[in-house]
Every structure is written in C-alpha cells, then in structure tokens.
Design a protein around this ligand. Structure first.
Ligand SMILES: Nc1nc2c(c(=O)[nH]1)N[C@H]1C(S)=C(S)[C@@H](COP(=O)(O)OP(=O)(O)OC[C@H]3O[C@@H](n4cnc5c(N)ncnc54)[C@H](O)[C@@H]3O)O[C@H]1N2
Ligand code: MOO
Length: 393
C-alpha cells in the first residue's frame, strides 16, 4: 500500500494547471490569479490631504492669520501654487496645492471672511498622504496563484484592473454509486439512505474555487455505470464515491477498466480511506473515494483539495496546511495506517481532543469536528500536553 504523500504526488503528476480567463472584479472573490497584478501608477497619484481642512505651508503657522485662497476638492485640484501666508480649502483625498506641506483640520480653525486663524503649530506633512505611499507604479501587488479575498479584489480594482486574469474554475464531476442511495428530498425505501456524499463533495469543490457537476447516482448495474462515466466527458476531474472496495455489486472499477481506464494506484495506507484509488480514463483523471461518508470527506480533503489546487496553479498546492496543537486529552496508540482522527479545538490556538465517535460512517461526529488530528503509522499513545499536527476543517 502506498502512503498518503505518495498518493498525493501521483495524482499531482497526472494533472497540469488549467487555462486562464478573465472575470469582472466584482465577481472575482475566491478565484485564483493567473497573472501578476502590477501597479500602472503611483497610489495616491499625487500628495493628497488625509483630512477635511486647509492646506498650508508649515513655516507660516506662527499664530498670525492666513488668507484662504480657493479650494482643492477630491477630483478637482487647485492648480496655483501656494504663496507665503496663503491657505487652500481641501477635502479628504484632494490633491495638495504645490508648496503646501501640512493640513490643519477644519475643527482647529476659525474663519473670518477669507482670514484663517489657528493655534496649530508647524508639523510638516501632518495629515498629508505622500504620492506613492500606498504603492508605486511598476510595483507587483499580487502574485500569480494568489487566492482573491475581498481585500485583494479591492487592491486589484484600485490598480485599475476591471477584468481580472484568473484560472478557469476546475470542473469536477461527482458520481455516487449504489442502489441503496436516493437523493435528499426523495423518499427512501426501507433499506435505502440519502446520498450525502455528492452534496458534501460539491460543497468542498465550491470552497476550493471549483465548479461541481453532479452526475447523480449510478445504479449497481454495469450499463448504468458505463453511461455515467461517459457523462463525465468535458470535466477536468471525475470523483467517484463508493464501489472502491471489494463488494460483489460494485461495478465501478470493473467498468472503468473495461472502458480502457488505467489504474495509477489503489489502496492507500490511510484511515479512514484505505480503498481510495486513482486512474485515468483517456485524458480524464478519475479519483475514486470510498463510499463511507466520513471516509469520502476525509480523503477528499487529503487528495481532492490538493488536486484542485494543482489545476488552479496555486503555489504549494500539495501542502495540506498542518498546524501544531497541544493535546487537551490523551490519545491512543495508532495502528499501522496514517490516521486522521476527528477532533475539536476550542479556538485557533487552544488545546485539541479527539471526539469519541470515530466510525467512518458517522457524519454527525464529522460535522462537529473542527480539526483532523494526524497520527503517523504506529505512533505511540500520547498524554495531554503533548503536541500533535492538526488539519483545520
Ligand atoms: N471485506 C472488506 N470489506 C470492506 C473493506 C475491505 O477492505 N474489505 N473496506 C471497508 C472500507 S475501509 C470502506 S471505506 C468501505 C468502502 O467501500 P466502497 O468504497 O466500496 O463503498 P460502498 O460499498 O459503495 O459503500 C460503503 C458505505 O457507504 C455508503 N455510501 C456510498 N456512497 C454514498 C453516498 N454517496 N452517500 C452516502 N453514503 C454512501 C454505502 O451505502 C455503504 O454504507 O468498505 C468497507 N468494506
Ligand atoms: O477507510 Mo474505510 O474508509 O476505513 O471506512
């Protein structure tokens, strides 16, 4: 059996980054940049006032009145340079007139006709934002591979980019298999259960910036499975749920091989998720996840998320993002598979403890978990206070 890391590497080796497209800035949240964003001008483009008030020459602030001459507004500056003992009305964001090097806020002045009185002392560049103080023309603001959060979208827009170059969303087809499954909202027979795998994986695909395509449920019938596999045409990745193991009615793997699929690995030394497999059907990468709902979600976190990040061209796509945590309760010794124990962490840096339910079919426990605690093969029992690696969920 191969290790989790070997499995992840084999998957990544079969994938290459997708092509790029552009998206309107307002719709770019969560997308991955395909090219750098570089400033084409200084920001701010000139020295500007940071407050509503009066632009002055600091050396004129000696307690005697100044003469107010004109106004500089945001969007329409005041072109004449400031002569000695003059002041110009300014609004927040307005260009500083040439010669001015300080703003006196309006709360600190009294105006009498065109005469300005203030007790403020000289303090050069007080309340002035210098040209280029945020960033300079030519400066790289965002690297390719960056995931756009609201602040980064705003920065790209501030740099004047209306259509942002991003990676195309990976199209991830999801196929569940098994006669026992009905879609949520349908009426199950006495021996049937709801398909939780497809909606759960769709949510995960969304969260990583992909486009999930549900192929529904294939019955335990070779023809139905064959048709379902064919319907994945056009996807960047097909994820199957169930039929990964050795059951008599699991046709998925057989049909995959009959259709010319090449198996790249089967069985991973991981718990839950041992039956996970990966292969290619023509050009289409196929990731086979085990049917047990917790196994499917955990293996998706371990294999599907890095695969999608590889398609998105993100740097360190294969890094899962482990954090260190201190145990709040003891942990049992581990078996011979790398194990992902469902746990809770009180807060981001707090102690972590394992949940009591670790069955790979118990979704309610998974939904309560906030972390997966990683246990290496044959890891010894640990006491409270010792450190473990956790993967935030
Ligand atoms: N004799 C053996 N039996 C099993 C082994 C084994 O090595 N030898 N492995 C076990 C492990 S580990 C797992 S995990 C499961 C995985 O089996 P499959 O991938 O073949 O999954 P199925 O048999 O199709 O289903 C298992 C279980 O999960 C439910 N399921 C399937 N799909 C969904 C879905 N989309 N939503 C909700 N629930 C789903 C299904 O009804 C079954 O209850 O095999 C063990 N057995
Ligand atoms: O790995 Mo199965 O995924 O242990 O239940």
């Amino acid at each position: 059996m191969i290790t989790v890391e070997e499995a992840r590497d084999l998957i990544a080796a079969s994938l290459s980054p997708l092509d790029a497209e552009t998206v309107a800035a307002a719709r770019a949240f969560g997308r991955t940049l395909s090219a750098a964003i570089t400033a084409t001008r200084d920001q701010p483009p000139s020295d500007v006032s940071a407050m509503d008030g009066y632009a002055v020459r600091s050396q004129d602030l000696d307690g005697t009145p100044l003469e107010v001459r004109g106004e500089s507004r945001a969007g329409t500056g005041h072109d004449a340079p400031l002569a000695p003992r003059q002041a110009v009305r300014v609004s927040t964001g307005a260009r500083m007139p040439a010669g001015a090097d300080q703003v006196v806020i309006q709360e600190n002045v009294t105006i009498d006709g065109t005469s300005l009185h203030t007790a403020d002392a000289a303090n050069p560049w007080r309340h002035v934002r210098k040209a280029g103080s945020d960033y300079r023309a030519g400066e790289q603001l965002l690297e390719p591979g960056t995931i756009l959060n609201p602040a980064k979208v705003s920065l790209a827009a501030a740099a004047g980019i209306g259509d942002i170059p991003v990676m195309r969303r990976p199209r991830v087809a999801i196929l569940s298999t098994g006669d026992e499954l009905v879609m949520p909202g349908e009426t199950p027979g006495p021996d049937q259960i709801f398909n939780s795998g497809t909606p759960g994986l769709s949510a995960l695909v969304f969260s990583v910036g992909g486009q999930p395509l549900s192929l529904g449920i294939a019955e335990d019938d070779p023809e139905d499975v064959r048709e379902a596999l064919a319907s994945a045409d056009g996807a960047d990745l097909l994820v199957t749920i169930g039929g990964a193991s050795v059951g008599d009615h699991d046709h998925l793997r057989r049909v995959f091989t009959e259709e010319g699929g090449t198996l790249i690995f089967e069985k991973v030394r991981v718990k839950p998720g041992k039956p996970a497999w990966f292969g290619k059907l023509g050009e289409l990468p196929v990731l086979g996840l085990p049917g047990n709902p917790v196994s499917a979600m955990v293996t998706a976190r371990l294999f599907l998320v890095p695969a999608m990040r590889t398609l998105l061209g993100q740097p360190s796509a294969l890094a899962l993002g482990f954090e260190q945590a201190v145990l709040g309760a003891p942990l049992e010794a581990n078996g011979d598979r790398e194990t992902y124990v469902r746990g809770v962490r009180d807060h981001q840096t707090g102690p972590v403890r394992a949940l009591s339910k670790q069955d790979s079919a118990h979704l309610a426990a998974l939904a309560n978990a906030t972390v997966l605690i990683r246990r290496l093969p044959d890891a010894p029992a640990l006491d409270a206070g010792q450190t473990v690696e956790v993967l935030p969920l």
